[in-house]
Ligand binder design. Structure first.
Ligand SMILES: Nc1ncnc2c1ncn2[C@@H]1O[C@H](COP(=O)(O)OP(=O)(O)OP(=O)(O)O)[C@@H](O)[C@H]1O
Ligand SMILES: [Mg+2]
Length: 226
């Protein structure tokens, strides 16, 4: 069946306490994402796009509401169960990449495979494969400080894809890439998502990418439209 629900959010709210007053970032967000879907999340800077991705991916707890990943309530179990679900089924591309500075590109990517339960040889083979696919074969022994912004972006994407996640959450994944590279990388990723019935939710300010996505969600005042 191709329309199984992979990710579902109900009544999602996120507020941050702050000395200047509580900041309400997400207000009652409902979302259902099925196999093979590609969603673009758009909205002005500060609208809550990164926050939404963090809550959906199990990185930040919602203030209210539920997130269900592959039928499992993400925030009802303990941290260990959540970490396992995340490592195996969620690929996350951070807006600022968050690569580990002490590891080279290959190690950064392979580590995600190890954490997801791949054996070391398989994790390394997958890591090499993705890095090569993204034009990074000549930079695999470079550490993050020795990489350009666009190269870090490609390492971050490779790292997210290594565990073959059911859900890929990508925060401006092509922000540092030129048009041609962005199109090539995205084409690759979209092909994989479509073939394997996975889903991709990407934050983007790029109207071209938003057009490629099957659905566009606009975040405004913490609510979603679209
Ligand atoms: N820990 C926090 N405490 C208080 N406010 C926060 C905290 N984290 C985020 N915010 C606020 O939440 C709002 C949403 O932040 P978020 O990073 O989700 O925006 P965004 O839509 O991803 O923006 P951008 O396009 O600039 O990346 C911002 O106004 C920010 O100031
Ligand atoms: Mg952001």
């Amino acid at each position: 069946m191709r329309d199984e629900i992979l990710l579902e959010a109900c009544g999602l709210c996120k507020s941050y306490p702050h000395p200047g007053g509580v900041v309400d970032v997400l207000r009652d967000v409902d979302l259902t994402v099925r196999e093979g879907e590609v969603l673009a999340v758009v909205g002005r800077s500060g609208a809550g796009k990164s926050t939404l991705l963090h809550v959906l991916g199990g990185l930040e707890a919602p203030s209210a509401g539920t997130v269900t990943l592959l039928g499992q309530a993400l925030w009802e179990g303990g941290e260990t169960a959540r970490a396992r679900l995340r490592a195996r089924h969620v690929g996350f591309v951070f807006q600022s990449h968050h690569l580990l500075p002490d590891f080279d590109a290959l190690e950064n990517v392979a580590l995600a495979g190890l954490i997801a339960g791949l054996d070391p040889a398989e994790a390394e083979a997958q890591a090499r494969g993705w890095l090569e696919r993204f034009g990074m074969a000549h930079r695999i022994t470079h550490h993050p400080v020795e990489l350009s912004g666009g190269e870090c972006a490609r390492v971050a994407l490779a790292r997210a894809l290594v565990p073959s996640p059911a859900v890929l959450l990508a925060d401006e994944p092509t922000g540092n890439l030129d048009r041609q590279q962005a199109d090539r990388v995205l084409e690759d990723v979209l092909g994989i998502m479509a073939e394997s019935g996975k889903c991709l939710i990407m934050v983007t300010h790029d109207p071209h990418l938003a057009r490629i996505a099957g659905r566009v969600l606009e975040l405004d005042e913490g609510r979603i439209s679209g």
